[in-house]
Ligand binder design. Structure first.
Ligand SMILES: [Zn+2]
Ligand SMILES: [Zn+2]
Length: 358
């Protein structure tokens, strides 16, 4: 064996890996990611919920971690009757108090964070989180911007469905412009970095995306009125596929801006992913290939059947090569690249599906 220098029958076998040309979604967490994404504002990169709702969810999760599930549940009953409590005559004082009290305990709670969640804690935390995430709005309760609706045309792929013109106009009137934050320059670098293909090729590929119009619009903006170009920008950016690299960017910013709540999400998903994983758990850049001895071909009569996992792995490998070729040979053909990216995603989905079935 070239890797360990042992003779063939002594070599334990080694794990290999396939470096993906682009990141794909982790199929095991795709549904959670999609639910999360529907709750994110693409303008201010916070949850679309109001600060008060976010705060409430964090408090609830903190109480669950402390083991006080009754108090956590009572938060739902608490809030509406806040001002009708006769004990506290000073209403303004009370409302600030309810924000301050859990903050005081906050450091303790962090230290108390259990290494392992009990199943009851896990179930309650999941419920609290889903309750928070299930509310669907297009309008951001934080910056008031209107967001596009997203959909999943198929498992493992996300689409933006455009925005009504009235919503775009409302955004522009309100001053909700897409800064440098969404898509645009950073993303090109991002994609280049996560890709094994030479940077110039990926760069020109990105040129075919709204990114170019984006920079053109920005340039235009300086000369003439800002409204028409800003309009076009939101119109173009918010329809079409939302690629895993875009989503990665969006999720990264959310983790920065909403760290308290997001760290709970990381914690709850940590099983098997390592503690420091954070938002990276939602994406895959590498596919592990188990040693051959775990996927030996089966012989039936005079025919030899490859192990099912070997078949699925070779599909991932093939899809990855197709996509890499598209970057090299048709760098300007966004349609082909997106189609092959989607194909790669699907091959990974099937691989994970097969693993679960086995
Ligand atoms: Zn070896
Ligand atoms: Zn917002």
């Amino acid at each position: 064996c070239k890797t360990c220098g042992q003779r063939q029958f002594l070599c334990p076998g080694h794990f290999g890996h396939i470096d993906l040309v682009v990141p794909v979604y982790n199929p095991l967490l795709f549904n959670l990611l999609y639910t999360l994404l529907k709750r994110i504002c693409f303008f201010c990169h916070h949850f679309k919920a109001s600060r008060r709702e976010v705060e409430k969810c964090v408090r609830k999760l903190e109480l669950i971690i402390k083991g006080d599930i009754i108090a956590a549940k009572s938060l739902d009953l608490d809030l509406p009757s806040e001002s009708s409590n006769p004990e506290d005559s000073d209403v303004s004082n009370k409302s600030s108090c309810s924000m301050v009290t859990p903050r005081g305990n906050y450091d303790n709670v962090r230290n108390l964070k259990p290494q392992e969640w009990t199943s009851l804690q896990f179930a309650e935390a999941k419920l609290a989180l889903l309750q928070f995430l299930k509310i669907e709005t297009t309008k951001c309760g934080n910056c008031k911007a209107k967001n596009p609706r997203i959909s999943k045309p198929t498992f493992g792929w996300i689409h933006m469905n455009g925005m009504p013109h009235a919503d775009i106009r409302a955004n522009l009137i309100r001053g909700c412009n897409l800064g440098e934050t969404f898509s645009g320059g950073e993303e090109e670098k991002d994609l280049g970095a996560s890709s094994d293909v030479d940077a110039p090729e990926t760069h020109s590929f990105n040129g075919t995306f709204p990114g170019t119009q984006d920079t053109a619009a920005r340039r235009h903006q300086k000369g003439s009125g800002a409204v028409p170009s800003g309009f076009k920008k939101q119109k173009d950016l918010f329809s079409g596929p939302l690629l895993p690299s875009d989503v990665k960017d969006i999720i990264e910013k959310l983790w920065e801006n909403e760290f308290e709540l997001c760290s709970f999400i990381s914690d709850m998903q940590q099983q098997g992913f390592g503690k420091k994983a954070g938002h990276s758990i939602f994406f895959l850049g590498v596919v592990l290939v188990p040693p051959i001895k775990f996927r030996l071909p089966s012989k039936g009569g005079d025919s030899v059947m490859e192990h099912p996992q070997t078949v699925l792995l070779s599909k991932v490998l093939q899809a990855n090569i197709y996509l890499a070729n598209a970057y090299v040979n048709q760098p300007d053909n966004a349609k082909v690249i997106v189609a092959r990216w989607m194909n790669l995603q699907q091959s990974v989905n099937v691989l994970f599906d097969g693993k679960n079935a086995a």
